[in-house]
Write a protein that binds this ligand. Sequence first.
Ligand code: GLY
Ligand code: MN
Ligand code: MN
Length: 436
Amino acid sequence: MVDLYAQRRQRVMDLIGGGTAVFASAPTAVMHNDVEHPFRQDSNFYYLTGFNEPGAVAVLAPHHEEHRFVLFVRPKDLEKEIWSGYRVGVEQAKERYGADEVYPIAELDEHLPKYLEKADRLYYHFGHDQRLNDRMLRYWQRLLATYPKRGTGPVAIEDAGLLMQTLRRVKDSTELERLRRAIAIAAKAHNHARDIAAPGRYEYEIQAEMEHIFRLEGAMGTAYPSIVASGENACILHYIENNRQMQAGDLLLIDAGCAYDYYNADITRTFPVGGQFTAEQRILYELVLEAQLKAIAAVQPGAPFNEFHDAATRTLTEGMVELGLLVGDVDTLIEEKKHKAFFMHGTGHFLGLDVHDAGILRNPDKTWKPFEVGNVVTVEPGIYISPHYEPAEGQPQIEDRWRGIGIRIEDDVLVTEAGCEVLTAAVPKDLSAMER
Ligand code: GLY
Ligand code: MN
Ligand code: MN
């Protein structure tokens, strides 16, 4: 596993050439009223080190003769470890994480500047750790002040975050394994949810059983707060109260996924709680599914990132016009963003160590970057007709039978040589599979 991280670090080093890159771990778990909240490692730091502790800094200095990879870590402290857990410590970090040199984090001021002295650039992301941000600026300013005498030192700071956005866009085989594992667990939970949902049960019961499966199967927990939204609640995009008692005739929209070794699944399914769609639910479900399948077909290597969203938007807008929910010319409606009355979010995002994962979407000339083999993206169109829907000027009032229906179908899709692979295929979405 050390090799894997070494390979990733090498790719960063190839990109930064004569520069030095500094990456910080996430800060120590937050205390609220003396209760410690779970620690979540910084994704870039984890991607490059596999080191899962707070209070650490990683330095990549490709030009340094001996120490190309340096870690600063919390030292062993048996008393503190009794309270807040095991620490690898300075001695073991070297071997376990393949560092050329390891120092206690308290010695950052003393040792970090020497890895910057000969660098032509400093790569660092100014994040939430204001104290570290201040220190990095101070180191840099000191080196700049002595540049005229010494003739070396970083003449600029570049954002290390952007560098990582480029690297993390394409997933390597280890990442794909972890994503597949997260998705397999989430798929099991979704399939169970469909079995147990019934009129009279509460949304949180479904949530509880799904999250039970997440942990039971070895996931770290949820990838994001689970959305278990029945009836009109499905029209609230970020509904997380999950406290309503489900009724016959409701649809149930479940957007839930787990994190496995920090890699995330993100799946949405919508199905009738009582087993049968109403006529309106069925029409809209088929429309969303058609839009989703068309969007998935537009996910392929070389296709600009916007095309799958455009495919979904066009299909949904055509459908809304056919159903009389919108009136007008489809191109004009899309141009004027009128479809957003019922489909107000994007069709998908990269998925990986972060749920909304790293990856630059556009070129400087505003054109969209194309998909590449190894990208993982969600495809998640939907239709949400609020019970309180008021038409915009020039648009028709809608019949009450459409109100309160919310539908989203979300799959996780890997871009392959041949086009794409739906990683979440184990969770059915055909109309017939949604009914009982
Ligand atoms: N569940 C978060 C998302 O779909 O983006
Ligand atoms: Mn989702
Ligand atoms: Mn998503």
